[in-house]
Design a protein around this ligand. Structure first.
Ligand SMILES: *[C@@H]1O[C@H](CO)[C@@H](O)[C@H](O)[C@H]1NC(C)=O
Ligand SMILES: *[C@@H]1O[C@H](CO)[C@@H](O)[C@H](O)[C@H]1NC(C)=O
Length: 233
């Protein structure tokens, strides 16, 4: 394994006793090919609340002892282009690149996490950042969506979607938004009575959410101004 640089098919590491994935330390690219991955239709019975079937190029799940990833070269995780079968799957279920879920002991270094966020559709449930230099916020429930009521104060990185739906304007809400620099999910603002809203530090949204567009601002009849002065497109 140690010499493997590229995998076409998929990589599933589920329920293992491994403490790191250093066995894949030279892996650079995983190209998902449905025909080579019959086992990748996975039904998470407990998590039907999301979508019943997920397809992932890399699935790392339920590895109780996994502490570190140790895949320093992994840069590309994507589905095969021009694959008709793949397109058909996408309609019925969400495709993700790497799904890193239910590994209770793992942490990701910031550099590592940023690298993986730049691959296609990286999904990361409840993974801690090792030695964090910023305030990362997530909710206790799996892929909990932030809203005006449950959003903590002082978050710099939201680890999932922020949804403001039927929200009333308050100073407290704007104060909570002032610190946000990144969102790993999506930003959805719908049906609110907000008249103005600003995200003074928000500079990146990584769309890791399967069911939402990256930014959706819709039916906010009183909204006159919305600003993202730091956003990089
Ligand atoms: C907003 O709230 C309404 C009413 O509760 C709900 O039907 C709708 O799905 C919500 N929008 C989103 C994007 O969740
Ligand atoms: C638009 O938002 C208002 C609340 O501001 C709501 O009453 C109305 O039902 C919404 N319309 C649609 C089409 O969702």
């Amino acid at each position: 394994m140690i010499n493997v640089k590229s995998i076409t098919g998929c990589l599933i590491i589920k329920g293992s006793g491994m403490t790191s994935l250093r066995a894949f330390s030279n892996l650079e690219v995983v190209k998902y090919d449905k025909d080579l991955c019959p086992g990748s239709f996975i039904n998470f019975e407990k998590y039907m609340v999301l979508i019943s079937a997920y397809i992932a190029a890399i699935l790392v799940s339920d590895n109780m002892l996994l502490r570190y990833l140790g895949m320093p070269k992994l840069r590309k995780v994507r589905k095969f282009n021009n694959n008709k079968i793949c397109l058909k799957i996408q309609i019925t279920a969400g495709f993700s690149g790497m799904r890193l879920i239910f590994n209770p002991s793992v942490c990701l270094f910031e550099e590592e996490n940023n690298r993986l966020l730049n691959t296609e559709k990286f999904v990361n449930f409840h993974v801690d950042i090792c030695d964090p230099t910023r305030t990362y916020c997530r909710l206790d429930i799996e892929q909990g969506i932030f809203n005006e009521a449950n959003l903590p104060t002082g978050c710099q990185v939201l680890e999932y979607v922020l949804l403001l739906n039927y929200t009333k304007p308050t100073e407290e809400l704007q104060y909570k938004l002032n610190s946000i620099e990144e969102i790993w999910g999506a930003l959805i603002i719908t049906n609110t009575d907000l008249t103005s809203i600003s995200f003074p530090k928000l500079n990146k949204i990584y769309n890791t959410a399967l069911q939402f567009p990256t930014i959706l601002v819709q039916n906010n009849t009183l909204l006159k101004s919305i600003s993202f002065p730091e956003m990089k497109v």
